[in-house]
Design a binder for this molecule. Structure first.
Ligand code: CP
Length: 325
C-alpha cells in the first residue's frame, strides 16, 4: 500500500453516501481491497498514518463500528483516543462543538462521530478543521456501514449493476437503509424495501426504490436481502402489534428462503434480534455473509481514513519517509 494520495478525492469529510459519485464509491471499495490483506497478516500494522491523531467520539452505544474504526486506525499506525458521552464533560452539559474544539486545541487530525441527532456529523464538520467521518447520525446516514455492505455484496455478486438488493424491516428508523439505498442506486443496482407500512418512511417513493408489502414477494425477487434490526429503542409508538407477530409476517426464515427461485445472500448490519427480524438458522446459515460484513468493515474504514488523509501533503510525505505500507 502506497502513501495516501496527495489530493483529497473525497473532500474533507465523509458525511454520507448521498453526495458521493459512483467513481468516489468505487475508489473507496477498490482502496479497501488491498487493506483486507493487512488484517490477515501476523503483524497487522502499516505506517501509513503514523503521526496522525484520530478521536472517536461515540455518543451512542456501538460495538462493531467503534471497535472497527479503532482497529482500522491502529492498523494504519494512527494514535487514537476514544471519548464516550458518559465519563466526559458531555455528561456535564458541554456541547458537541465545544468538546470537538477542545480536542482540536490538543492538535488532532480527524474525528469519527456517532450521535443520536440526524445532521450532527455535518454540524460538526462545518465548525472544525479536522476531517469528520460520520459513524452514524440519528436516522440520517451511516456511510461506512453502507460501504462495507456494498463491498460484501460486490465480493459475492461482482458488478452490482442490475443486481436486486432488498432492504427488509425497520427502514423508517434506519440510517443503514438510507446509506445502502443511496450507494447501491449510484452503482446501478435495483433496490427494493420490504416492511410494514408503519416502518417505511412516508417519502419512500421519492427514493426510487421498489416497495414490497410481503416478505415472500421480496425473497422471490431478490439476489440479496439486507435484513435490518427492529430499532425498538427509537420506537415511541405502536409501530408493530408484537415481536412475535412481526416475526410471523416479516421474519426472514429458512422456510421462506427455501421457496426462493435462487440462492439469496443474507446480510444484517447488526446487532441482530434473533427470532424477530431473522431466525438463527438463517443468520448462521450457508448464505449468510453477516460476519464477512464485519471483517470488511475494518478494510473499508482503513480505506476511508487513508483517502481522507490524502488532503494532507505533509502526511503523505511523512508516510513515504516511513516506508511503503
Ligand atoms: N452496525 C452497527 O452500526 O453496529 P454498532 O451499533 O454495534 O456499531
Amino acid at each position: 500500500m502506497n502513501a495516501p494520495p496527495s489530493v483529497a478525492p473525497l473532500g474533507k469529510d465523509l458525511l454520507g453516501l448521498a453526495s458521493l459519485s459512483g467513481d468516489q464509491i468505487r475508489l473507496i471499495l477498490d482502496t479497501a481491497e488491498p487493506f483486507k490483506e493487512i488484517s490477515e497478516r501476523a503483524i497487522k500494522k502499516v505506517p501509513t498514518l503514523r503521526g496522525m491523531t484520530v478521536v472517536n467520539l461515540f455518543f451512542e452505544p456501538s460495538t462493531r463500528t467503534r471497535i472497527s474504526f479503532e482497529f482500522a486506525e491502529k492498523r494504519l499506525s494512527a494514535d487514537t483516543v476514544n471519548v464516550a458521552s458518559s465519563g466526559s464533560s458531555v455528561s456535564k452539559g458541554e456541547t458537541l462543538v465545544d468538546t470537538a474544539r477542545n480536542l482540536e486545541a490538543m492538535r488532532i487530525d480527524m474525528v469519527v462521530v456517532r450521535h443520536e441527532a440526524s445532521g450532527a456529523a455535518r454540524f460538526l464538520a462545518e465548525r472544525i478543521e479536522s476531517n469528520v467521518i460520520n459513524a452514524g447520525d440519528g436516522t440520517h446516514e451511516h456511510p461506512t456501514q453502507g460501504l462495507l455492505d456494498i463491498l460484501t455484496l460486490r465480493d459475492r455478486l461482482g458488478d452490482l449493476r442490475g443486481r436486486r438488493i432488498c432492504i427488509c424491516g425497520d427502514v423508517l428508523h434506519s440510517r443503514v437503509a438510507r446509506s445502502n439505498i443511496f450507494g447501491l442506486k449510484t452503482l446501478g443496482a435495483d433496490v427494493a424495501v420490504c416492511g410494514p407500512r408503519s416502518l417505511l418512511p412516508n417519502a419512500i417513493d421519492e427514493l426510487g426504490v421498489t416497495v414490497f408489502q410481503r416478505i415472500e414477494a421480496a425473497i422471490e425477487w431478490a439476489d440479496a436481502l439486507n435484513v435490518l434490526r427492529l430499532q425498538l429503542e427509537r420506537m415511541n409508538a405502536g409501530f408493530i402489534p408484537s415481536l412475535r407477530e412481526y416475526n410471523r409476517v416479516f421474519g426472514v426464515t429458512s422456510r421462506r428462503l427455501a421457496a426462493a427461485p435462487r440462492d439469496v445472500l443474507i446480510l444484517h448490519p447488526g446487532p441482530m434480534n434473533r427470532g424477530v427480524e431473522i431466525d438463527s438458522d438463517v443468520a448462521d446459515g450457508e448464505h449468510s455473509v453477516i460476519l464477512n460484513q464485519v471483517t470488511n468493515g475494518v478494510a473499508i474504514r482503513m480505506a476511508v481514513l487513508y483517502l481522507l488523509a490524502g488532503g494532507r501533503p505533509e502526511l503523505a510525505g511523512a508516510a513515504r519517509r516511513g516506508g511503503e505500507a
